[in-house]
Design a protein around this ligand. Structure first.
Ligand code: ATP
Ligand code: MG
Length: 368
């Protein structure tokens, strides 16, 4: 799919803009603090349902104004489409093809992007939370029911944790209530586990190839899901029973800790490079290659699922990559649309189809 246009009003530092995009490589360039990432943030909001960097939507409203409106026009296999999102005070408005929609999932399901931004470079070395968050965002783009199971799981987990804490403090609690939350947790966990396992296996096929390509065949990347369940178990009822067993066997330790110690909220992605743990041994350059491989592979899995590539948004990360890797990303542009931001106008090695000069929340476009 491609994005054809992004419009915004009173969004971040943008008073009003109407940016057209080309298929292929689009570069947003300009000095620091001009509005490059703001445009990426607005576009990505339609794919994720929320900003990737604001805690609250109200932060997105241009200072001194009372609301914002943003929209995208895109084209996918089924034709042209548009999405609009506005916030005025507490009032939210979402529209698809001009008609009001209530569910955020209708918006997210329509427009798919893969975002790569500087914080992602911590995916390899940072804690498991970053990798779980990557997994949640990536898997929910491929399995429409993933997020529902995940939020149900989180509710059950919170309730179970609350009860464990009360037992730990010696406050009387009905054990049947604890058992019932454990059962719910095991049920939702089994769905999440199988989605994650399936997703990681699909992702692995592509990350491996991309990493071999960009390292000239020298580096073999292997990713796997690090969870409580033996990956031989693929039947959902068996996975559920396995979680029930783990939760009941670890109950004493969990009461002592006052918190649930097992389940998908503790999962991690294990990343190995040439057989060694990437978290402990990957060099800076290898970390970049790994994250780049994960992001490009994320796009491949979306293509496998939906039949077309998502829009790739590369916010300020191209300058972190050497020329060979940049060339690798940009030369695949024939069937991928890429939007890149950078302070350097010649970052794209002549591959740009459209260049957009960004200054003070204004966007001036020129074709190559
Ligand atoms: P860099 O190259 O440093 O990453 P950038 O061009 O990506 O810069 P943006 O992150 O897009 O910069 O931010 C541009 C400007 O938007 C900043 O000066 C910031 O203070 C401003 N800004 C952020 N939120 C708001 C808001 N709600 N209202 C007005 N201005 C805002
Ligand atoms: Mg920026």
């Amino acid at each position: 799919m491609i994005i054809k246009r992004f419009k915004a009003e009173n969004f971040r530092n943008i008073e009003k803009c109407d940016i057209e995009f080309s298929p292929g490589v689009n570069l947003l360039y300009g000095k620091n603090a001009q509005g490059k990432t703001n445009a990426i943030e607005g576009i990505y909001l339609f794919s994720r349902g929320k900003s990737f960097r604001a805690r609250e939507d109200s932060e997105l409203v241009k200072f001194g104004t009372d609301g914002f409106r943003i929209s995208v026009e895109y084209e996918d296999r089924s034709g042209d489409g548009s999405l609009e999102y506005a916030l005025f005070g507490k009032e939210r408005l979402r529209k698809k093809n001009g008609y009001k929609i209530n569910k955020i999932t209708e918006m997210i399901g329509s427009f798919k992007c893969v975002l790569f931004y500087p914080d992602d470079l911590g995916l390899v070395k940072d804690g498991p939370e970053e990798r779980r968050s990557f997994l949640n965002v990536a898997a929910s783009a491929c399995y429409p029911s993933y997020m529902k199971y995940y939020s149900d799981y989180k509710k059950a987990l919170e309730n179970r944790n609350c009860i464990l804490k009360m037992i730990q403090k010696g406050l009387y609690i009905d054990r049947r209530e604890l058992d019932s939350w454990s059962e719910s947790m095991a049920e939702y966990a089994s769905h999440i586990y199988l989605f994650r396992q399936d997703y990681i296996k699909r992702l692995q096929r592509y990350t491996k190839v991309v990493m071999l390509d960009i390292s000239g065949g020298k580096e073999e990347l292997y990713i796997s899901l690090d969870s409580d369940i033996d990956d031989e178990i693929t039947d959902r009822q068996r996975v559920r029973m396995e979680y029930e067993r783990i939760l009941s066997e670890s109950l004493d330790r969990e009461i002592a800790a006052g918190v649930s110690l097992y389940g998908p909220h503790r999962d991690d992605i294990e990343i190995k490079i040439n057989g060694n743990s990437a978290r402990s041994f990957a060099s800076q350059g290898q970390q970049r290659s790994i994250v780049l491989s994960l992001k490009l592979a994320e796009g491949e899995v979306i293509k496998e699922t939906t039949g077309e590539y998502p829009v790739f948004l590369f916010d300020d990360v191209l300058s972190e990559l050497d020329e060979g890797r940049r060339e690798y990303v940009l030369s695949g542009k024939n069937d991928r649309q890429i939007i890149i931001t950078s302070c350097e106008p010649d970052i794209c090695l002549g591959y740009t189809d459209r260049e957009i000069d960004v200054s003070g929340g204004k966007y001036v476009s020129s074709h190559r």
